[in-house]
Structures are given as C-alpha cells and as structure tokens.
Write a protein of this length. Structure first.
Length: 408
C-alpha cells in the first residue's frame, strides 16, 4: 500500500497540528471496557494502521504499518494540562502514531475523554466519526472497516493547473525554480521535525477558552439568522469583526466530502474573506455582507477548490521549509520570502474558523445507557493562523472554543 501525501503536505512539518476534541459520557463504564472499545475503533479505520515515510528525494507517503501506536491513557490530570504536555511532544507518525486518547479527571459523574489527532490522521470530521465508532464499540457493536480517504492533487500539469487556479498558476512555478536554484535548498527528515518542535515549544503554550452557548441562546441566534438569511458562521464572524474593530483576513475550513463518507483522512479544503466591520451600519447589514462574501467563495468552484491544488503545486520540500521558517529552525532566501507571502511568518490569518455545525452522529448509544452530554472541538493553531475558532453542536451541547498559542 502506498498513498502519496500531496494536498496535506503542509501538515507534515507543522509544529502545531493536533486536532483536539473532548467529550463527557454519562453511563456506567469500566477502564477495561473503555480500553477495549478504543482498540476496536482504531482497528476500524484503515488510516490508523499506516505510517508516514519520507524518501531521500523528499517525497512523502502513507504506507502499511501497525495500529498499536494509537493508544489510550488513564490519568489523574486535567485536560488542559494534558494538552499543554502533549502539544510539545511530536507524534511519531513514522511509527503510525496519529491518535491518543486520555481519560482525565472530571467533576461530573461519568467519564471525560480527550482525543488528540494528528492532522495527517484526518480532519475534524474524521475525529467526529472516530468518536462515533468508539461509542458504537462501547455499546457492543462491531463496526465495519472504513478505508482511508484523502484528496489527491490530481493532474498538476501546466495546463491543468492554469484551469484550476487561473493566473496564479505561474506563482508556484516561479518559486519552485527559485527553490531548486537556492544554495540552501535541502530535503528534511523526522530529525528536523524533532528540532522544530523543541525550538518552537520551548517558550510557548496553548491558551484555550471554551464558551458554552445555552440551548436558549442558540435558538435565539438561529432565529435571527433565519430572519436575516445568514448562516451561524457568518453571524459569529460578524461578532468577532465588531469586537476587533479592524479589517480582518479570515479563513474557513470547508468539508470536501462530496460523497458524505465517514472515513478518516484529510478531506477538507478552505476559503478566505477580508472584511472590516462598518460601524455606520447595523449588525444585521454587516452580517449580510459577510454572508455574501462567504457565499460567493463557496459557490465558486475555482475559489472553493483553489487552495489544495495551489499548495500542492509547490515543491514538497519547499512547503516543508516554510513550516520550518515558522518554527524558527530553517532559513533560506526563497523559503523566507514565500513564508512571509503565504502568512507562515509575519502577518498570519487574523481568524480561522471551523464550524462543524450540528454533528451528524448520535448523542445517545446502547439503547440510552450511554450519552455524550458534552462535546468540545479545539482546532489546531496551524502555522498560518493566529486566533482559531472551533464550533460544534451535539444534542443540547453547543460549545465555541478560541485557541491561541502564546509565548510564556
């Protein structure tokens, strides 16, 4: 088995790439049942049985490996302390370590579990579907094995590239030529990843805030959104714009699962808009403008499908290099300039928002004996991001998270 790493290449050397989700389960559970269900769920997703390999020429791919390095732990610790520890420890993706789960201290009766997934193991939806599999295994059900799914770059010949990304097609081509001629050009290894993690996290830590939105408040805001014909994501975006008071560059993660599959793997794309809140107009008018900007991007195939082929058009090792520029462990003339242009250094995206909306998984399992009564989604602070917003709703639990990385 060999699956090339193409559109997800920017995740390979990113030093802040862990997707976090935490849930609370009401119901009678034993340590053995939780452990057995986790192992059952892991073996139900093909990608968790692979490992990542980097060739001497810099090409990277998934190949068959083992499931055993995806593990669950039981700790007398808080979930925030666990994140602060684990974000500094590089996941050994070369050994097939994509997923860790931690049963942590919880004040409420039941069980609190924190899941940490390396982005090369999948996107946010992937982790949602893993949790669904885990809960089904807890209920005694035998799940089907789901093959891994990723989005390949496709044909990136000059003409195909021009069709997909327009006049910007010459941009990757130009920088690829510069990179190939750059005297400091090189291929990077897992040892370079180790050095990047050590340098980046030596004086940094995540700052994570969770905001529980009551069902009554959610209903009120959704009624307003319906009246104004705007989405909840646009509404939340407008609230941040009003608060921050300047023109913002805002990125949005977008689900690219066209066939609605529930497989794990990177199947997300993204769009972005720029907007400054107009204080001379009411909140509604600003929200309508934000929604229009978003809709224009989402309904345009060129805009919606732009970022994946665009980034895949760069030399893979150049993509690695701009991540290492961000981490502070590599410098070259070409990668330094490109990292600044793409927002990996200097001015990054002001806001990045991922709204998983109402999750398409149940909140109750095993004929009502088990219930997920709390669900929180914490997206990673990727190299080109600054303020990362996560939104999700499961049952009556709607939670918004704000994730930043700050120097200590």
């Amino acid at each position: 088995m060999r699956v090339n790493i193409e559109t997800e290449r920017s995740d390979l050397f990113d030093v802040s790439i862990l997707i976090a989700m935490r849930i609370h389960i009401c119901g009678a559970l034993s340590e053995d049942s939780i452990r057995e269900a986790f192992e059952c769920a892991v073996k139900s997703h093909e990608i968790l049985g692979t490992r990542v390999f980097i060739d001497e020429d810099g090409s990277a791919y998934y190949e068959s490996g083992s499931y055993e390095n995806n593990r669950i732990f039981f700790e007398n610790n808080s979930w925030k302390n666990i994140i602060h520890r684990e974000e500094k420890n590089r996941f050994r993706i070369e050994d097939g370590e994509y997923l860790k789960a931690f049963v942590y201290e919880s004040d409420a009766e039941g069980c609190g579990i924190l899941f940490l997934l390396h982005h090369l193991g999948g996107d946010g939806k992937s982790l949602v579907y893993f949790i669904e599999t885990f809960m089904n295994c807890l209920s005694g059900n035998v799940p089907e094995v789901l093959e891994m799914r990723t989005i390949p770059a496709g044909d990136l010949s000059d003409e195909a590239l021009k069709d997909r990304i327009g006049p910007l097609a010459v941009f990757p081509k130009s920088y690829n030529k510069k990179w190939l001629k750059d005297e400091e050009k090189r291929t990077f290894s897992f040892e370079d990843m180790d050095a990047a993690y050590e340098e980046y996290w030596k004086d940094r830590a995540s700052v994570i805030n969770e905001y529980v939105i009551s069902p009554a408040m959610v209903s009120k805001k959704l009624a307003r959104c319906k009246e104004w014909n705007v989405g909840f994501t646009a509404y939340i975006t407008t609230a941040f714009l009003r608060r921050m008071g300047r023109k913002l560059d805002i990125g949005y993660a977008v689900d690219a699962r066209e066939n609605k599959n529930r497989s794990m793997g990177n199947q997300a794309t993204g769009i972005s808009i720029k907007y400054a809140y107009n204080y001379n107009k009411p909140f509604r008018k600003n929200a309508e403008k934000v929604q229009k900007l978003m809709t224009n991007k989402l309904e345009d195939d060129g805009s919606r499908n732009f970022i994946l082929p665009f980034m895949a058009a760069f030399e893979p090792t150049l993509v690695d290099a701009i991540n290492l520029e961000h981490a502070g462990t590599f410098r070259s003339k070409t990668s330094k300039k490109l990292a600044r242009i793409l927002g990996y250094t200097g001015k990054t995206k002001d806001l990045s928002i991922t709204n998983l909306t109402r999750l398409d998984i149940p909140d109750t399992y095993d004929d009502g004996k088990l219930k997920i009564d709390y669900f929180s989604f914490i997206p990673p602070v990727i190299s080109y991001g600054k303020n990362i917003i996560g939104l999700s709703t499961l049952g009556d639990s709607t939670v918004m998270t704000v994730h930043r990385v700050k120097k200590s």
